[in-house]
Design a protein around this ligand. Structure first.
Ligand SMILES: *Cc1c(COP(=O)(O)O)cnc(C)c1O
Length: 425
């Protein structure tokens, strides 16, 4: 058998990401033949010579640029680690990216990216609603550092986006356009390609074009690949679908080598990197990413079909239910390969009924987070989005009867049986 650990094709035949997840980037002969990439649980690496040590430091600190195909020498696990690097290379494959930097959490992927690309006086444009932690970061800490922000409602489409860009331009240099699509918890979609086109028009007015970053946590690489639609960066909370087992916290950022090198340098400096044990768990998770996401996607479609016929359910925010007449439908068809498995539904009877349903669930667990093998349900108005003022929640559609559910990989009929009994009076 020939070593094929860093090849993405057999002859002319290109291998699919799911096939590459079991071996890509890992040479068993470097680890006693171990079939699995070990967890390199070490803080530091022994240099063969002082000259090597000097050279490796020149590379990690950016004083020397690697030649094509050359690998950075291992120095210290805040900078690099084999388990971490193999996980990065495999996530880059899913995202169709040149490079990827993984971080200790989704929030650290977002904060490291924004810090790497913005200077005081710059403006960040972002879609709303956006993940609560991201909102707090942008409108709290970053504002204190003199980095401004302008939001636009994802439900209001491209005109709202254009107005936000105009406003932002009048305030300063636009550093990053951060999109979260579909939004959470109402699943409105933002047209990434259209955002790219408008951003390119304003790029000529600025010294540097704004970087378009998409938080792709909700659909994951199976159902949406933002880089293929014109985004520069694809961000994840790996805690959700990619990790997929509700047993780790992590994040990642994929994109061009040039951008990821800038982000990685900031990560290595401020220390938002991921530990090797979590990176090892990510390698485990990546092997089953496709089958997990397919199973939960199919399960969600069945659960939605049940809820859609239920008399107590007054609204379902699920992209798979979009009507052709809805402007969002065209975006969905162009940009998404599946509807995902996290969606919200509203029950008649407000908070009291929603709480009663949540308290009666037996198989579905009452917890925040999403994207795990087990189904989770929660009440956005009282839980994940309780920090959003009520008037804003009303505008966004986060009503008192709204329940968000993340469908796992249980048998869909079992989930339907659970929801059926929970919805009964
Ligand atoms: C959970 C989540 C985050 C934050 O990720 P952590 O891993 O919890 O830091 C960011 N964006 C979205 C869309 C999320 O769901």
């Amino acid at each position: 058998m020939t070593t094929n650990y860093n090849k993405k094709a057999i002859g002319e035949h290109q291998l699919k990401p799911e096939s590459l997840m079991m071996g890509y980037g890992y040479d068993p002969q470097l680890s006693e033949g171990s079939i699995k990439c070990p967890n390199f649980q070490t803080s530091t690496f022994v240099f063969k010579s002082a000259r090597d040590g000097k050279d490796f430091f020149d590379v990690v600190s950016g004083r020397r640029v690697l030649a094509e195909g050359e690998q950075a020498g291992l120095v210290y696990s805040r900078f690099n680690n084999p388990t971490l690097e193999i996980a990065e290379n495999r996530i880059a494959i899913w995202d169709g990216a040149e490079d990827c930097a993984i971080t200790g959490s989704g929030m650290s992927a977002i904060s490291t990216t924004l810090l790497a690309l913005s200077r005081p006086g710059d403006v960040i444009v972002y879609s709303e609603p956006i993940y609560g932690g991201t909102d707090t970061l942008i409108n709290g800490m970053l504002k204190q550092m003199g980095i401004h922000a302008v939001g636009f409602m994802s439900s209001e489409g491209i005109d709202a986006y254009k107005a936000a860009l105009d406003k932002a331009k009048s305030m300063g240099n636009i550093s990053v356009i951060l999109l979260e699509t579909p939004d959470n918890p109402t699943n409105n979609l933002v047209d990434i390609a259209a955002c790219r086109e408008v951003a390119d028009k304003i790029a000529s007015d600025q010294d540097v074009a704004p970087v378009i970053a998409v938080d792709n946590t909700m659909l994951g690489p199976l159902w949406q690949t933002p880089l293929a639609h014109g985004a520069d960066l694809c961000l994840y909370s790996l805690t959700k679908y990619v990790g997929g087992h509700s047993d780790l916290v992590g994040g990642s950022c994929s994109g061009s080598k040039a951008l990821i090198t800038r982000i990685r340098r900031v990560r290595n400096s401020i220390g938002t990197t991921m530990d090797s044990n979590t990176a090892w768990l990510i390698l485990r998770s990546l092997e089953t990413l496709k089958i997990r996401m397919q199973a939960s996607n199919e399960g969600a479609a069945k659960v939605v079909a049940f809820l859609n016929e239920h008399p107590v359910v007054t609204r379902i925010d699920y992209p798979g239910l979009l009507k052709e007449s809805d402007p969002q439908y065209a975006i969905y068809k162009k940009q998404c390969k599946g509807a995902g498995s996290t969606f919200s539904f509203e029950v008649a009877g407000g908070e009291a009924k929603a709480f009663a349903v949540l308290d009666k669930l037996k198989l579905v667990k009452l917890a925040v987070s999403l994207g795990g093998t087990e189904s989770l349900a929660q009440h956005p108005a009282a839980m994940t989005h309780s920090g959003v003022p009520k008037e804003r929640r009303d505008i966004i559609g986060i009503t008192e009867g709204l329940i968000r559910i993340s469908i796992g990989i249980e048998d869909p009929e079992d989930l339907i049986a659970d929801l059926k009994q929970a919805l009964e009076d």
